[in-house]
Design a protein around this ligand. Structure first.
Ligand SMILES: Cc1cc2nc3c(=O)[nH]c(=O)nc-3n(C[C@H](O)[C@H](O)[C@H](O)COP(=O)(O)OP(=O)(O)OC[C@H]3O[C@@H](n4cnc5c(N)ncnc54)[C@H](O)[C@@H]3O)c2cc1C
Length: 327
């Protein structure tokens, strides 16, 4: 039986929480219910004291807040120190973190100090006979591993978009408690933080993604995808072929070695639909494929398929949508 509260790391983004953190909080709430224990969330940042109250909408009772100018951006040693302080206070049986860059860095640092292990990139959690079991896809989703642990606490990172963030009907203001931050010695210095220039939204948080593959023919042609994305209030993604060709940055890549996304609408333009691309976008609500090859594998799992040349179809679609949306 897993003893002790569920502790969740909620990562802030400016004055708000990342969607992946709200997913982890929602799952933490569900697991706490199944284990008949409490849920405590810890959050780290600068000027975020009021941000904690947003978590009331997700049924969180208690939030531990570490707020300091030194914690404005992720620092491996500082965040680890805060995480360990939260663990010291709560003595959790379970620790959940979003599998974002920060969560993936923080989880093993906590594990090594707590003499435990991490189930990384989990897509499902179950309670079986009082024990937690994490499901982790491996080999690009061709096999799944089910992981139970003998060590305590059970630590898992949760793949963004594999869980759903759900607000509760009875919102309340969570109890916020300050978490002591004693700046530890560190051999690392974060010199500067550069958010991705020109990117309106992180791919994993977007509700509309217009993705381009090798069929786009070159970096200059992504302009038509940018226009379609902008019309729909979305962002542009890419297949690995176009990233490897140097047409798009790696941060745009969707798939096994890129991002896992689950937008409401995913429009794949000139993308064949290889298994490694598919695993990153198959959870999209509606998939539209535009491809000139009627035999392209993507038509096998798209909700809507348009057989045609992207250079004719995409501008025509943008044009009609602009008229329809009055833009
Ligand atoms: C270990 C490993 C990890 C990988 N990780 C990823 C990953 O994370 N993400 C990823 O995407 N891939 C990944 N891949 C690569 C993957 O196997 C495919 O090679 C890649 O997804 C192909 O990209 P693509 O669909 O853009 O290109 P292609 O497979 O070459 O497809 C291009 C498509 O464009 C169509 N087309 C061409 N011209 C036009 C036009 N004018 N109009 C309309 N359609 C047109 C063609 O019919 C074709 O279907 C990985 C591979 C390996 C081995």
């Amino acid at each position: 039986m897993v003893q002790g509260p569920v502790l969740v790391f909620a990562e802030t983004f400016g004055q708000d929480f990342r969607r992946s953190s709200l997913e982890a909080v929602t799952e933490g709430k569900r697991i706490a219910g199944l284990l008949n224990t409490s849920l405590v969330v810890f959050t780290i940042g600068s000027g975020i004291k009021n941000t904690a109250s947003h978590l009331g909408a997700y049924g969180v009772d208690k939030v531990l807040v570490a707020d300091s100018p030194d914690l404005k951006t992720f620092h491996p040693d500082y965040y680890r120190a805060v995480g360990l302080e939260a663990v010291r206070k709560v003595d959790p049986g379970t620790i959940l973190l979003p599998a974002t860059s920060s969560g993936k860095d923080l989880a093993p640092r906590l594990a090594i100090h707590l003499n435990s292990v991490v189930a990384t990139d989990s897509t499902k959690l179950d309670v079986e006979g009082g024990k937690l079991v994490a499901t982790r896809p491996i080999y690009a989703g061709k096999a799944v591993l089910r992981v139970a642990m003998n060590s305590r606490p059970f630590i898992a990172t949760l793949r963004p978009n594999a869980f759903t963030a759900k607000e509760v009907s009875s919102k309340k203001t969570p109890q916020a408690e300050e978490l002591q931050f004693n700046k530890p010695q560190s051999r690392m210095t974060v010199q500067d933080y550069h958010p991705h220039a020109g990117k309106k939204m992180d791919l994993t948080e977007a509700t509309v993604i217009v993705s381009g593959g090798r069929g786009m023919g070159g970096p200059e042609n992504y302009k038509i995808l940018e226009e379609l994305a902008e019309t729909l209030g979305g962002v542009v993604g890419a297949s690995r072929a176009s990233v490897d060709a140097g047409w798009r940055p790696h941060s745009d890549q969707v798939g096994q070695t890129g991002r896992t996304v689950s937008p409401t609408l995913y429009i794949a333009c000139g993308i064949s639909g290889a298994i490694q691309h598919r695993v990153g976008m198959i959870n999209s609500k509606v998939i539209v494929a535009i491809n000139k090859d009627p035999e392209a594998p993507i038509f096998g799992f798209a909700d809507y398929g348009i057989v045609g040349d992207v250079f004719q179809v995409v501008p025509a679609l943008t044009n009609d949508l602009r008229k329809y949306l009055g833009k």
